[in-house]
Design a protein around this ligand. Sequence first.
Ligand code: NAD
Length: 315
Amino acid sequence: MTTCVVTGGAGFLGSHLCEKLLAEGHRVICLDNLETGSLENIAHIRDEKFEFRHTDITEYVDIPEPVDFVYHLASPASPIDYLRLPLHTLKVGSLGTNHMLGVAKWKRARFLIASTSEVYGDPKVHPQREDYWGHVNPIGPRGVYDEAKRYAEALTMAYHRQQGVDTAIVRIFNTYGPRMRPHDGRAIPTFLRQALQDRPLTVFGEGSQTRSFCYVDDLIRGIVSLAESDVHTPVNIGNPDEFTLLELAKSVIEVTDSRSEIVFEALPTDDPQQRRPDIGRARDLLGWEPTIKLDEGLRRTIDQSGVERLVGAGD
Ligand code: NAD
């Protein structure tokens, strides 16, 4: 049986990844400090091959047993979180990544880092291919996340080139699905929460900025397939179907059969205008592509979360 360590395993994506790895018969050690994740995300997992260890990976990390895979997902991910935790975000991307690469080196494990489409910044090339180097503002408020991830990618490649660690980099584009927090500030949970309460949907700017939304099951399949490959260069995993935020708001209203109106609010600082992955590399190297369309993914999110959880407390 192979042993997988998942950092950030009690978060949105990490909890889905833990489930998938367990379903494939692996043993899973989940490391999380519950900063933005929660035990609620993993409470339903009843499997003796699963173990949660309350750990802050920016501190010293010690894993006594042999490890085959390190999936490094721990990091604040939503703007609401990393704007609240700027120093922690930089620390987890630098020190935390260094610790986990050290574990992978010591255990001779395959290491996969969850990077992000944010490494492209507000891209000047569209759609974004992995060989585009990005257009990031290092001193803007979002710089703490974008630069932490860029640094983490550089560190990962340095461990690979200099120390021979077997590494992989997945650049994740916007992903959605059950277990997103209703108040995490990202578009889909915000629109769903508002639409399910027949409240106005708040679109930033004129809603003409675009995003590509990947359903979580598609993403997790891509991540595992990359980890199980021998690819070392970054690979985009995301859904190339591109929507404006206004189109997304309308789809959410339709799927939820809501009476909500759409209202417009000021654009946040450094909000990227366009976002769409070129997934040629994932197709060629992994035979991966997403299969779940936006309206189907929205329906699954509602069915599997339940309205109560999507609406959340405090509203
Ligand atoms: P999330 O906030 O739900 O999960 C992150 C998890 O990391 C949380 O459980 C949190 O408690 C944990 N964590 C944070 N700091 C930690 C520390 N010091 N030690 C241990 N655990 C710590 O976010 P998510 O959406 O599941 O994102 C997971 C990863 O995927 C992140 O690295 C994020 O940058 C990346 N990513 C996500 C998306 C997306 O659309 N969700 C897009 C691009 C990249």
